[in-house]
Design a protein around this ligand. Structure first.
Ligand code: IFM
Length: 602
């Protein structure tokens, strides 16, 4: 059966669910049955996207089967009736092809779908299955994380990695929804979750998928340009906070569109991907345009303030319990790095790919002084600092707000977003999720351990982790400053969040960013993996309750396996040419079939 009788779920109480498409979101355009082939084409009511679903049933092993068609307004099917004797086997295979008007021109959908169906039929189920097994083997070979001595966490992390693989678009036109493909929370929308959580996972495991996710941003660049004009920016591109086809879908701008940091998050992901995959073709063909167009927005909105530097006013950082502020520290540091990367990319193209550089300059009407200005702003970007507390305040007014009364807030009042009006929350020092603490992880090389500890401790006290994107980042930051037990407590919350339904809303779908975060926690957190200025560092830590763990990192066409046990860390270069990495203070020259062993530091 093809069942088109589908409605979206909605909720009045929970803003994270559907915003209220009351009726069916699509119309059935066409449907029909031709022998054992079923076809149904639907069209979404608002965006006019078409989806054609074609399926063919094959039934083998029965001599007396009779079949007849089944039709309803929204459903079509074929019924089969046959007799079966003891030990007799009947084999039923169903082949299904989905194709959308984003895959090809509307008029070709039918032909292309039939062609794909025939290819699948020619291969047959067994061959398709063998291909799939090969694909999965390759995935685990390149990415598996092992946790020795804790099956419970082992199951959690593999479950998460599998979900990420199966939920992610791999065609440059689709991406990954905050809830993967498993539920309707956030209406299937894509967020910054992709660039700051999911892409790091793929960059270091299957970089070809990271590229596709970034291509998606390139393919929606025009929509981001349109959005920038709507938001009164004469030049540049402003990427949407939540979207499917590139248009901004947020209904509530303080905790969405105002999160301008999305532009720099995308640039950050491009930088890390290009560096790890050495994919300069991507940078020349697509990445540079995204970086240049998106940086223009920061050059536009920042302004110079005497004794401070360049300031960015009226934005929201990652923490959605604090909205529309001046100088959100995370946004400022991300913009600073974005501006620097845009300048450096321009210089790189000028030096090595001059014709691409000139084409891009022409296409974007980019002048040399505009590029120079990016560097000036970056060098002089204001990053807020409080000299009394010796911490980085989240923004200009954050520390002067009243601290939330955590002591008198009962458990059932969390998550705060479901129990208090946003304006009440905005008036307090209370964080939904990692904000500056995320910056501590991303730029850990820029701050001393003492500084990171002070910042971590301050924000830990006022963070509710009402967002599932938060505990993994706190765990990574805790590892970095040596708070391993704390890191472990956070890790447990991330590794099995959906298996154990820790947030009580797995019914609305998995938490994809958190799933990627649990991988990041092992690799960047416990493994201490970082890349600074082209150098690879590890700082592995071991927990008392684990016998060991291992993970793999794909970096510059090398596959490195890192195994940690109670006494030592072993670095094994599985694929690729020699590479120098650093572990604690040791410089290790890795070569194939020649594992390097270092004592674990406690
Ligand atoms: O992108 C996140 C955001 O940071 C917190 N609220 C949920 C969104 C989707 O996961």
């Amino acid at each position: 059966m093809l069942d088109g009788d589908v409605k979206n779920s909605i909720s009045i109480e929970d803003p994270r669910l559907g915003s209220g498409i009351l009726d069916r979101a699509f119309l059935i355009n066409d449907k029909g049955i031709d022998k054992d082939i079923l076809k149904m084409q639907i069209k979404t009511k608002n965006s006019g996207l078409r989806l054609l679903c074609t399926s063919k049933n094959i039934l083998k092993g029965s001599n007396d089967c009779i079949s007849y068609d089944y039709k309803e307004e929204y459903k079509i099917g074929i019924c089969y009736e046959f007799n079966i004797k003891k030990s007799q086997q009947i084999l039923f295979n169903k082949y299904i092809v989905y194709i959308t008007s984003r895959d090809c021109c509307e008029h070709d959908m039918d032909d292309i779908s039939s062609k794909i169906l025939n290819e699948a039929l020619n291969k047959g189920f067994e061959e398709i299955k063998t291909e799939q097994i090969g694909y999965m083997k390759d995935f685990w070979y390149k990415s598996d994380v092992e946790i020795k001595g804790n099956l419970y966490l082992q199951q959690g992390i593999r479950f998460n990695m599998f979900h990420l693989l199966q939920s992610t678009g791999k065609d440059g036109k689709t991406n990954i929804g905050a809830k993967g493909l498993t539920g309707e929370g956030y209406e299937g929308h894509y967020f910054w979750d992709t660039e700051m959580y999911v892409i790091p996972f793929f960059t270091y495991t299957k970089p070809e998928i990271a590229r596709k996710l970034l291509e998606y941003r390139y393919n929606t660049l025009d929509k981001a340009r349109e959005r920038a004009r709507q938001m009164s920016h004469e030049k540049g591109a402003l990427f949407p906070w939540r979207t499917i086809n590139g248009e901004e879908c947020s209904a509530y701008f303080p905790a969405s569109t105002a999160q301008y940091h999305i532009n720099s998050d995308i640039a950050y992901a491009i930088k890390k991907y290009v560096e790890a995959a050495e994919d300069f073709d991507f940078l020349r063909e697509m990445g540079a345009k995204i970086v240049f167009e998106s940086v223009r927005i920061f050059a536009d909105i920042c302004h110079f303030v005497e004794n401070k530097g360049y300031c960015i006013d009226g934005v929201t950082g990652p923490d959605e319990y604090t909205a529309i502020v001046n100088n959100n520290a995370y946004t400022n540091i991300m913009a600073k790095e974005h501006l620097k990367y845009a300048f450096d990319t321009a210089m790189l193209l000028k030096e090595k790919y001059i014709s691409d550089f000139n084409n891009i300059k022409n296409e974007l009407c980019l002048e040399d002084d505009e590029i120079d200005n990016w560097k000036t702003i970056s060098d002089n970007m204001y990053i807020p600092y409080d000299n009394n507390l010796k911490i980085h305040p989240q923004d200009d007014t954050f520390l002067s707000k009243k601290i939330w009364d955590f002591e008198n807030t009962p458990k059932e009042k969390y998550p705060l977003l479901l129990n208090y009006h946003p304006l009440v929350i905005y008036r307090h020092q209370v964080c939904k999720q990692a904000d500056w603490v995320l910056a501590l992880f991303l730029f850990s090389e820029k701050f001393t351990i003492e500084q990171k500890k002070r910042d971590f401790e301050y924000y830990e006290k006022i963070t509710t982790h009402d967002s599932s994107l938060s505990p993994c980042i706190f765990s990574i930051a805790a590892c970095d400053v040596g708070y391993i037990d704390k890191a472990y407590d956070y890790f447990i919350k991330t590794a099995r969040m959906d298996l154990d339904d820790n947030h009580g809303n797995t019914k609305d779908g998995i938490h994809a960013a958190n799933m990627a975060g649990s991988y990041m926690d092992i690799v960047f957190g416990f493994g201490g993996f970082r890349v600074f200025e082209d150098k690879v560092f590890f700082k592995p830590a071991l927990l008392g309750s684990w016998q060991g763990y291992s993970f793999k990192v794909n970096y510059k066409k090398r596959l490195i396996k890192v195994s940690v046990d109670m006494k030592k860390v072993c670095f094994d270069l599985i694929e690729g040419e020699d590479l120098t990495v650093f572990c604690y203070d040791n410089e290790l020259k890795l070569s194939k079939n020649n594992p390097y062993i270092v004592d674990i530091m406690r």
